[in-house]
Design a binder for this molecule. Structure first.
Ligand code: NIG
Ligand code: FE
Length: 404
């Protein structure tokens, strides 16, 4: 399917001259695509000494990055709405005027699977070039069984072709399709009784998401979707409290949600519920920035409660045409006041947890698939400091050397 990935060199062997986040000289042993040993170079057991050596040249090494919230597969773009908003229209006004999500639905329905694959591949390559090793891709621009299936099939194909871990999320409840105007409840029936069971049966759904908002779906409709997901044993997550406090986070927490995302208007009650359920708070500074939002997510209260915070691109054609996860880490610091270590955790281990991948991704550890990045940087703080630079020296993704 993608010759380039099929022919990538194996990363098996001994990776030397690396520095970890604490600046310690580190070696990593990879065998059959799995990390077999990692530690201070001076402590490398003698039996690994004869392995083929990959000289890391004093590169800083981190776990592969994880982008835990994207809408990467869609037709067209919405640069015209960017112009409308600059002229004063709000996101909600654009949506009510027939633009917004529904305009991407039109373009996505018109596109073939191959066209969607080609346009999403270009975008995916930008993220991969920055060291992304796992990515979530949502549906939500098809809004019918046929077109949601098409989006999710493209997401799966992207993972296979590019050799990257893809988690698919069914977001059928993203917006009301035009043919269901005024019949929101009937559309939620379709999502719960037909679309979700069929797509799950085809192995296309790793998680289920809803856009719970006054311009999208109500708390009651959200719960119906969560119940349908729960009945199929599929984990849930939620676009919660982006434009208003709907109480969505507390509801999602009751269903053991993997994550609640956006959360600018999250209440203390929502935070407490997320802490109890171990739900990750996914921060999306690209959408905050693009919408010129002024309501900051409650970072201090999330930190005080010990809720893990992830950071993601939220790549989508409407509110976050962002293709740099490192820029999002920078913006999480400058706009949301995360510390640099919090931002780095946000694009690695906490992002992995938001996808249920905490045992395989987001941290460097023995027994995990080899997913790590060698950076042309001296200091870990530089990861969130530069923007617009591509400081990647090499990426080991799924046990293969992907760039360098
Ligand atoms: O995450 N909030 C809802 N969904 C997307 C926006 C999608 C769009 O405008 O196309 C988001 O910001
Ligand atoms: Fe989103």
């Amino acid at each position: 399917m993608n010759k380039q990935f099929d022919s990538l060199p194996s990363a098996d062997g001994l990776w030397t001259c690396l520095r970890d986040m604490a600046g310690i000289d580190t070696a990593i042993v990879v065998a059959q695509g799995v990390i077999r040993w990692i530690g201070e170079r001076a402590a490398l057991p003698a039996d690994f000494a004869g392995l083929p050596v990959h000289d890391g040249g004093h590169a800083l090494v981190t776990a592969g990055l994880v982008d835990c919230h994207t809408h990467l597969v869609y037709g067209g773009h919405r640069a015209n709405e960017f112009a409308m908003r600059l002229a004063g229209a709000t996101y909600e006004e654009v949506a009510k005027a027939g633009g917004g999500i529904v305009s991407s639905v039109r373009a996505t329905r018109e596109a073939s699977e191959d066209e969607l694959f080609a346009s999403a591949s270009v975008r995916l390559r930008s993220l991969l070039a920055e060291g992304v090793c796992a990515i979530e891709i949502k549906s939500g621009y098809g809004l019918s069984l046929e077109h949601e299936r098409k989006q999710l099939r493209v997401a799966r194909r992207l993972g296979e072709a590019h050799g990257v871990t893809v988690r698919t999320t069914f977001l059928g409840a993203h917006a009301l399709p035009p043919e269901y105007a005024g019949r929101s409840s009937d559309y939620i029936d379709l999502v719960c009784n037909e679309m979700l069971p069929a797509l799950a049966q085809e192995g296309l759904v790793d998680a289920v998401d809803v856009f719970c908002e006054r311009i999208a779906f109500s708390l009651e409709e959200t719960e119906r979707v969560f119940k349908a997901a729960q009945a199929l044993g599929i984990p849930v997550k939620l676009h919660a409290e982006q434009l208003s406090d709907m109480g969505g986070a507390a509801l999602a927490a009751r269903y053991g949600a993997l994550s609640c995302d956006h959360i600018e208007h999250l209440s203390q009650e929502g935070i407490d519920a997320m802490r109890k359920s171990g739900t990750v708070a996914v921060l999306l500074p690209g959408a905050y920035y693009t919408l010129r939002d002024t309501k900051l997510p409650p970072i201090e209260a999330l930190r005080a409660a010990g809720v893990p915070m992830a950071v993601s691109t939220d790549h989508n054609p409407g509110t976050s045409p962002a293709l740099s996860l490192l820029l999002m880490a920078n913006m999480a610091c400058t706009l949301f006041r995360l510390t640099v270590p919090e931002a780095i955790d946000g694009i690695t281990r906490h992002a992995a947890r938001a996808l249920g991948l905490q045992d395989t991704h987001g941290e460097l550890a023995v027994g995990r698939p080899a997913n790590f990045v060698l950076w042309n940087l001296r200091d870990a703080a530089e990861l969130a400091y530069w923007f617009g630079q591509r400081p990647v020296r090499a990426v080991v993704r799924q046990g293969c050397i992907a760039e360098g």
